[in-house]
Design a protein around this ligand. Structure first.
Ligand code: CDP
Length: 208
């Protein structure tokens, strides 16, 4: 079973993907980490993040073993990721890795922005997780605080809005709800309720 989980910044798709993965015993790929790592590696060469050639080279050379770098979880890394994610050559270079991950038996879960639309258009189940930008900013602010990254709530909210705008309006694989996706608005749900709602969709799909 392939499960595609997409949604805007800090919508809780990562937490949801991990929990469903644990429940079903399926591997999970947080595809946002790939773009975060490409931005890190591009910056390391001294190139600008809008340098398509340099970013594409970093994407082609990406070492999946470096994805657990804690620095990738910070706010700046998310912002940088959305800069390189606009570059079609970067997206193309990361496609095969994501498709191969999805093709594992007995299945896989991938979370990102374009999983249901571009990477796995034939996924068995597509969930689009969303929440109001204020609620997403609150969640991300708490997460960053707990990791020791002191940052103002207003800064987090502005970052989330800027990223939504950039991700939704880019030409290459924009953030879109796939036609056959189930939309899960978690604005008034805690992580437990969101997980329960998602598991109902999984059970429905399994009963097919
Ligand atoms: O965790 P959060 O939602 O804040 O970010 P993320 O999922 O790690 O993604 C960081 C950035 O990578 C996003 O703002 C997108 O620009 C880009 N991204 C993408 O273009 N396609 C994906 N499948 C995943 C992430």
């Amino acid at each position: 079973m392939i499960i595609a989980i997409d949604g805007p910044a800090a919508s809780g798709k990562g937490t949801l993907a991990r929990r469903i993965g644990e429940m079903l015993g399926l591997p999970v790929l947080d595809t946002g980490l790939l773009y975060r790592a490409v931005a890190r590696d591009t910056a390391r060469t001294g190139a600008r993040l809008d340098d398509a050639q340099a970013a594409a080279a970093a994407a082609r050379a990406l070492d999946a073993a470096t994805l657990d770098d804690p620095a990738l979880r910070g706010a700046a890394a998310g912002e940088a990721a959305s800069m390189v994610a606009r570059i079609p050559e970067v997206r193309a270079a990361l496609l095969a890795f994501q498709r191969a991950f999805a093709a594992q038996q007995p299945g896989a879960i991938l979370d990102g922005r374009d999983i249901g639309t571009v990477i796995c258009p034939d996924a068995d189940l597509k969930i689009f997780v969303t929440a109001s930008s204020e609620e997403r900013a609150r969640r991300r602010w708490r997460e960053l605080e707990s990791r020791g990254e002191a940052i103002a709530y207003e800064t987090v909210l502005a970052d989330i809005k800027a990223r939504d705008e950039r991700d939704s309006n880019r030409a290459a694989a924009p953030l879109l709800v796939a036609e056959d996706a189930h939309v899960l608005d978690t604005t008034t749900m805690n992580a437990e309720a969101a997980f329960a709602a998602a598991m109902m969709l999984v059970e429905e799909e399994r009963a097919h």
